[in-house]
Write a protein that binds this ligand. Structure first.
Ligand code: ZN
Length: 319
């Protein structure tokens, strides 16, 4: 399929680049160079994979991993300005998601306004919880101090992409370091953060908010029946609606880094093809395996067009 649009594709600025190798592996070779590049490898891979447009976002954890709120504000601003320059050069190939310094909710709301109104960004992509000032605790966005921020996001009318990062340091993964990161702990951490938002009443207070989850929903669609079934017996859960209703009204899923037809069909059965968007997760994933899988996945051509292109055009008003 030609003309695909992808929305979980990452870049870095020198301040946020530098992959910390979990273990020596050829996987990491060249990754830093690919994150810094826009015009060569990135465009070439997009062309080869039939991708017309990428909505690009900063690498992880980047701004979220900064302890000092002031420094987080500075890094976010520099990254957003650098991305805006790339969008200005090739708006037909690149659009942008804002990086936000949620260590300081008021500053994050102001930066989000600037990015949408002045830079023309299409939403924000945030890498999970933000570091607390002690560098040890995580700030999660269901906390009451974030309610004014969410009110501003709802007013701006653009989506918020909750992207993975590692869970806060603990000994839970002692002896199994290979499960830290994209194999398992990213989804564990991100799904729990998303469930804090979905079950905590945020979408009752701000029903127009739109949340995007990558990796085909960080496992939530697969578990939605059981979640909903068991929450019936929890009168202390603040959510006013069944969780599946928020999934269908407030959540969008992307295929980033999850190229599996069985999982895609499960997600389609739970939320419908109108709420799923194709994405790669470049350069953490190679483009070609993702595009080849998607172009041949056993779904209808109507659904392929929606997931590969037209859902993104509608969600981001791409015209
Ligand atoms: Zn990603």
């Amino acid at each position: 399929m030609q003309g695909k649009i992808v929305i979980e594709e990452h870049f870095a600025i020198p301040e946020t680049n530098g992959v910390k190798n979990r273990v020596a592996s050829p996987y990491w070779d060249g990754l830093n160079a690919k994150l810094l590049d826009f015009e060569n490898m990135r465009l070439d891979e997009m062309d080869k994979g039939g991708i017309e447009l990428a909505i690009v976002s900063l690498n992880a954890p980047a701004v979220q991993g900064v302890d000092s709120p002031k420094e987080a504000v500075d890094v976010a601003r520099r990254a957003n300005d650098a991305l805006a320059e790339q969008v200005r050069r090739r708006p037909e190939r690149f659009q942008g998601f804002a990086a936000l310094p949620l260590q300081d909710p008021d500053a994050a709301a102001r930066e989000f306004q600037r990015c949408v109104r002045d830079l023309g960004f299409k939403g924000a992509l945030v890498n999970g919880y933000s570091n607390g000032p002690d560098g040890k605790t995580g700030l999660y966005y269901d906390a009451p101090m974030y309610r004014p921020f969410w009110a501003e996001v709802e007013k701006l009318g653009v989506p918020f992409y909750l992207h993975p990062r590692d869970p806060p340091p603990s000994d839970r993964y002692a002896g199994i370091p290979w499960l830290v990161g994209s194999a398992w702990s990213f989804a564990e951490e991100t799904s729990l953060h998303a469930l804090r938002l979905l079950s905590g009443g945020l979408f009752d207070e701000h029903p127009k908010l739109q949340l995007i989850l990558g990796h085909l929903g960080e496992r939530i669609p697969y578990d939605i029946w059981r979640l909903e079934h068991r929450l019936k017996y929890r009168p202390d859960c603040p959510a006013k609606k069944p969780l599946s209703q928020y999934l269908r009204e407030n959540v969008w899923l992307t295929t980033s880094g999850h190229f599996r037809t069985q999982t895609l069909i499960n997600a389609m059965l739970e939320v419908g093809a109108d709420r799923i968007l194709f994405s790669v997760d470049y350069p953490y994933e190679d483009t070609q395996p993702g595009t080849t899988w998607f172009d041949h996945a056993e779904i209808s051509e109507t659904d392929r067009l929606k997931i590969g292109r037209t859902n993104a055009m509608k969600l981001f008003n791409l015209g």
